[in-house]
Design a protein. Structure first.
Lengths: 452, 277, 254
């Protein structure tokens, strides 16, 4: 015993001497390395901050650029013209009975009314007689839609017949762009001749030109004429497609994740399935488009360009994302909770649905939203199943032909008309807003589930 | 040397073949004979036989990884959730073989409740926590009966007076000790015959621990209790029987007062006195 | 046992109880400290008994006073060990053999302290006997008998302390078995002294003093037996006091 005590005291003495010998140097060393470490930390912080700032700047630039470009699309120039509803020009027998008159109004020649009214307006003053070329250039100032505006007005108010009425109609997109782009009034601009510019100046001085909010951007569908084109069709198409995607991918994904995580035996088969799901998440989206074309359209013969098909294809694409995210969320549920329920005699099903799933819900929702957001911006697979077609009608069901916002953006960006540039940006803004709305919904849902 | 009662056993693993002391109880609620547990190829429990005496507390002690928790979990088939886990031997609850093919583990777990190391109340209200077991097993016919079960369970767990005004508040908002008592109340609500406790106080402060220990002492009047603990003092305080596990084997079992004053086996002695094994 | 009794190993006390095998080295040291304090106290008490006895036999007043004075040290040691044991109980919450060790130590020191008190009685009686010129009759039979009994008790105490140091249960049981020898010897002395007193009433005072000394020796013998019982309890975990004693005695008689 005395031996052991002695040896232990020896040990402590030895330790003391080591410490004493090296105390000074250790403090110095630590101080030295501490400086170095602090420097390193500082450097890393700066780099990190720069990275964040850089990313933030990029996003900011993108948003400002898009917003700046999109602003012109949200207002439209209108012009006030004096429409002369002469029954002769309209080719209407104004003596006919009221019912007949209404019928005739549907088929009347409004183009002639429009043109002649315009010519009338500009054949005053110095140059009384308009040349053929002048006439053509004049008509080009106004939107092709103008004659429909005139028509609608007359049908609404049949007593305008043979009267001269002041009416606001849309200007042509070239003129609209010319006005929005700050060319000195009266000077020739892009796709606007000197003469046209002078006419515009004259209209402007007569207070006949007015800039209004472009409501039709949201109420109209696609058109070849930029001043008439709107996003309603594409937006509806997107919403329908997303509806189908959500309806299919979320339940399927969650069910798959629950089965794999909670019920499936852990063996080679489930391993293979897991690996394949992970791989599937990395498959280029166009491949899913091809699959959709080959299987869903060609074999199952579902209609082309339909939101249903688009939704199915996007479901295939988002499923792996949702399954992976949901599995992670389910895995993150503390096992103690499962044990607690199992220990009370809950069946596996009860444990899963009344304890695991509610706990995993925030994570599952996040995964689902990421998947949906990904699908929302997807173009490639939809091109393959024909959702790229020029569709003027607003789809009313998931079986109608439709296009979606990203495809619409793609189409507009491809169009030669200058005014489509602003429309493209405006559509992008709408798409981003939609994403924002989805994300906010997700956040609200998450916090709601987390509170529980 | 023969007059020395502490056996100079060969301490190698192979030598641990027979349990020292008394594994039998006069009124066994559960009796386990020759239980082996395997995780895949690895054997975690070697040939353990012991009785859990009715309305008494049996403490299972031993170093980490000695298999005491594994053994405890066999008693209500919680190990079923692990695919590779395999249990052999005869494990009886009264006259029922708990590993019989026709015995539903759900029913078994209603009869053999469990309280875990970390307080794990459901993220629900205090009321729903306690009512959960009764609800899933359909123990009550109406709300009044359920209310009664919740109240008596909370009272038995010594928690009712502390929480009676906030039964609708989440159970996770209680203190650690209260949460653990809530878990005990939740277990009692199913009226089990046996309660298994896996280190129920290891995450609690001494006061909360003392309250739980006092509760265990009261509960043993109605239930048969098996408790795994790392605290030897706790085992000494709450239990009537103590079983010492070592490397998956039951080294010694006996009355708690004997184990803590005059253990028969050298390994037990070394463990409870904090010596090198 | 044979393998453990190497020359290098510490005392049988430490090895047999594995006092040096705790994970906590500090605990080892504390228990070792207790052990050595008890051994010191045992040695001191043994010396007190021997000195007290020789003071009586030799009517050595000086030595007697020394014994009386030294008892304070015995008392201080008892308090010290008591405190030390209480500290260990509070801090370490010992179990099994460690617990038995501390319990037996706490009990042993009480007995040792009592033995110290008996030694003081020797001292006091020695002074009185010296003043009563009892020493002149040194060769008288009662004193021879007392010396004889004293030698036996002293030897037994020494054996008991050695057994304590070695944790030697066999030796301890042997001492327990021989407890009746002391009793018998005490009876002999008593009878002798009673006869003496009847023969010579003038000597009653001194004879009574010798009786008290013999009585003290008998008490020391009892305390020694207690020590041995604690050894058995400490090593075997069995309480061999009272009822079990009869069994042991019966088995030894057989």
């Amino acid at each position: 015993m005395t031996n052991s005590i002695k040896s232990s005291t020896d040990n402590t003495q030895m330790n003391d001497s080591i410490q004493q010998k090296s105390t000074v140097t250790i403090t110095e060393k630590v101080t030295k390395s501490l400086k170095k470490r602090h420097r390193k930390e500082k450097r890393f912080k700066i780099v990190g901050l720069l990275a964040v700032l850089f990313g933030f700047m990029l996003v900011l630039t993108l948003i400002t650029d898009i917003t700046a470009k999109a602003i012109p699309a949200f207002h439209q120039h209108w012009v006030k013209i004096d429409v002369d509803y002469k029954s002769a020009w309209l080719n209407i027998d104004d003596t006919a009975a009221a019912t007949q008159l209404t019928n005739q109004m549907q088929t009347a020649n409004y183009r002639k009314v429009l043109r002649n009214s315009i010519y009338q307006m500009f054949s005053t003053g110095a140059e009384k007689k308009l040349t053929r070329q002048d006439k053509r250039q004049l008509t080009k100032l106004f939107s092709t839609n103008a004659e429909f505006t005139i028509k609608d007005k007359l049908i609404a108010k049949p007593n305008y017949i043979n009267k001269k009425i002041e009416l606001w109609v849309k200007l042509d997109d070239d003129v609209d762009s010319y006005l929005k782009e700050d060319f000195p009034l009266g000077e020739a601009g892009l796709r606007v001749s000197k003469k046209q510019a002078e006419w515009i100046a004259k209209l402007s001085t007569e207070q006949r030109i007015d800039s209004r909010f472009n409501l039709s951007f949201f109420t109209a569908s696609d058109s070849r004429e930029p001043e008439l084109a709107g996003i309603k069709g594409a937006l509806t198409g997107t919403l329908l497609t997303m509806f189908v995607t959500l309806l299919l991918s979320f339940p399927l994904g969650v069910a798959g994740a629950i089965y794999l995580e909670e019920f499936a035996p852990k063996n080679r088969w489930t391993d293979i399935i897991e690996i394949n799901i992970n791989n599937l998440a990395a498959v280029p989206s166009i491949v899913f488009g091809l699959l959709g074309l080959a299987v869903i359209i060609n074999i199952f013969e579902l209609p082309r360009s339909a939101p249903l098909v688009g939704g199915i294809v996007l479901t295939l694409m988002t499923l792996p994302t949702i399954i992976i995210a949901s599995r992670a969320a389910i895995k993150a549920v503390p096992p103690s909770l499962r044990e607690a329920a199992l220990g009370l005699g809950a069946s596996k099903m009860q444990v899963t649905f009344s304890h695991v799933l509610p706990q995993a819900m925030p994570g599952i929702i996040t995964g689902g939203i990421i998947g949906i957001a990904q699908a929302l911006g997807e173009t490639a697979p939809l091109l393959m199943i024909g959702m790229v077609a020029f569709i003027v009608d607003v789809p009313t069901s998931i079986l109608d032909s439709a296009t979606v916002l990203p495809v619409q953006i793609f189409l507009w960006a491809d169009s030669p008309e200058r005014a489509f540039l602003a429309k493209t940006s405006a559509a992008i803004l709408v798409l981003l807003t939609l994403l924002l709305v989805i994300n906010i919904t997700a956040t609200v849902l998450r916090s709601k589930f987390e509170k529980k | 040397m023969n007059n020395l009662n502490i056996k100079e056993n060969d301490l190698s693993e192979l030598a641990l073949t027979e349990t020292v002391g008394n594994i039998y109880a006069d009124n066994a609620k559960m009796s386990i004979r020759n239980a082996d547990v395997y995780y895949g190829e690895k054997q975690a429990i070697h040939n353990i036989s012991l009785d859990l005496a009715q309305h008494q507390v049996t403490a299972l002690i031993g170093p980490s990884g000695c298999g005491k928790s594994t053994f405890l979990r066999c008693l209500n088939r919680m190990n079923d959730t692990i695919d590779i886990c395999r249990v052999t031997g005869q494990l009886m609850l009264d006259n029922d073989d708990i590993y019989a093919k026709d015995l539903d583990p759900v029913l078994l777990r209603a009869r053999v409740g469990m309280v875990f190391q970390k307080p794990n109340p459901f993220p629900k209200s205090i009321y729903d926590n306690v009512a959960y077991g009764a609800r899933i097993h359909g123990l009550t016919n109406n709300k009044t009966e359920l209310d009664e079960i919740v109240e008596t369970s909370l009272q038995k767990a010594g928690l009712f007076n502390e929480v009676k005004d906030r039964l609708k508040e989440p159970g996770t908002g209680l203190s650690g000790g209260q949460q653990q008592r809530l878990c005990i109340a939740r277990t009692i609500a199913v009226s089990p015959e046996v309660i298994l406790m896996d280190e129920p106080a290891s995450a609690l402060d001494p006061i909360a621990t003392a309250i739980i220990e006092e509760l265990i002492d009261e509960l043993k009047e109605k239930y048969t209790i098996a408790i795994v603990t790392h605290s030897m003092q706790q085992a000494a305080r709450v239990s009537q029987h103590t079983a010492y596990f070592h490397m998956g084997k039951l080294v010694e079992m006996g009355k708690t007062e004997d184990i803590f004053t005059r253990p028969e086996h050298k390994l037990t002695e070394n463990y409870i006195t904090g010596r090198f094994g | 046992m044979t393998t453990q009794d190497n020359t290098n190993t510490p005392s049988g006390f430490t090895t047999k109880l594995n006092l040096d095998k705790h994970i906590s080295r500090r605990f080892n040291q504390e228990l070792e400290q207790v052990r050595s304090l008890v051994m010191d106290m045992g040695a001191l008490v043994e010396q007190q008994v021997n000195d007290g006895l020789s003071a009586v036999l030799n009517a050595d007043e000086k030595l007697a006073e020394k014994v009386i004075k030294r008892d304070k040290k015995v008392n201080t040691m008892e308090l010290e060990i008591d405190e030390y044991c209480t500290q260990i109980l509070a801090r370490r919450q010992p179990a099994a053999s460690d617990l038995r060790l501390l319990v037996s130590v706490i009990k042993s020191i009480t007995d040792l302290e009592r033995m110290g008190d008996e030694a003081v009685k020797f001292g006091k009686n020695a002074i009185k006997l010296a003043k009563g010129n009892f020493a002149e009759q040194e060769s008288s039979r009662p004193l021879v008998e007392l010396k004889h009994l004293g030698k036996h008790v002293s030897d037994t105490l020494n054996k008991a302390l050695t057994a304590y140091a070695q944790m030697d249960v066999a030796a301890a049981l042997d001492i327990i078995k021989n407890d009746n020898i002391v009793d018998e010897e005490f009876d002999n002395i008593s009878r002798l002294l009673v006869t003496k007193m009847m023969e010579n009433p003038r000597e009653i005072k001194n004879a009574l003093r010798v009786t008290w000394c013999a009585r003290a020796l008998e008490r020391i013998g009892d305390h020694t037996t207690n020590l041995c019982e604690y050894i058995v309890y400490l090593v075997e975990g069995k309480d061999v006091r009272h009822a079990t004693m009869e069994q042991i005695r019966a088995s030894i008689d057989n």
